[in-house]
Write a protein that binds this ligand. Structure first.
Ligand code: FES
Length: 74
């Protein structure tokens, strides 16, 4: 993969919740705006409410929240 791809573009292309087609950019935006639990992200985006009931995305959302809290991304 091209290392020069803008991280923001990658976030917009990467689906965190596959069932609901919710991108990493959308999830990060909600986290930045105070959704610091998986439940809050779920309420504001619909993530975790798809056919897998969050089996495939809850951990990824939790990891993104942890990364934000630990200042690993902005
Ligand atoms: S991947 Fe998010 S609910 Fe299935």
């Amino acid at each position: 993969m091209d290392n020069n791809i803008n991280p923001l573009i990658l976030d917009k292309l990467t689906k965190v919740c596959l069932c609901k087609s919710i991108t990493r950019a959308t999830i990060k935006d909600k986290i930045r705006n105070g959704a610091l639990t998986v439940e809050k992200v779920a309420q504001s985006t619909g993530a975790t409410t798809g056919s897998c009931h969050g089996c495939r995305c809850s951990q990824k959302i939790s990891d993104l929240i942890d990364g934000y809290v630990n200042n690993e991304w902005s």
